[in-house]
Structure formats: structure tokens, C-alpha cells
Write a protein that binds this ligand. Structure first.
Ligand code: ZN
Length: 71
């Protein structure tokens, strides 16, 4: 594993989050003032949990624009 400071490459972005992978193999998830550092395995588990939560809140037949939920 390389030493020294992180050099990141953005791998995904949305209106609420930005996700980067660094030269150490860590996934950096930036969500507002919150930043998470995850392993690729943890990212996959988190993605599955978020997907399950999203499906539980919004059945496919009742899809609404995301902006409706912004305070
Ligand atoms: Zn790093």
C-alpha cells in the first residue's frame, strides 16, 4: 500500500454526495459536512443497505422526484 497523503479520483457524484477512491484503496464518501472512509467491501454493504432503505420508502409505483424530500 502506498504511503503518504491521499491522492483521490472521483468515481461517482450526485446532488447530495461525492465518492472518491484514493491511492490507498480507501473509498471516501462525502455527504455534506460528513465524510466517511470505507473499504470497498464496506461500500458495497452500505450501498445494499441504502438501496433497501430507498426501496422501503418509495415503492416503484410511487416514484417521486428527489427534490420533494429536500427540506
Ligand atoms: Zn488514502
Amino acid at each position: 500500500m502506498p504511503k503518504g497523503p491521499c491522492r483521490t479520483l472521483q468515481i461517482a457524484e450526485s446532488r447530495v454526495a461525492r465518492i472518491e477512491r484514493c491511492n490507498h484503496g480507501t473509498i471516501h464518501v462525502h455527504l455534506g459536512a460528513l465524510s466517511l472512509r470505507l473499504s470497498p467491501e464496506q461500500l458495497e454493504e452500505l450501498a445494499e443497505a441504502l438501496s433497501s432503505a430507498s426501496q422501503a420508502l418509495a415503492p416503484a409505483s410511487e416514484t417521486v422526484p428527489a427534490t420533494r424530500w429536500v427540506c
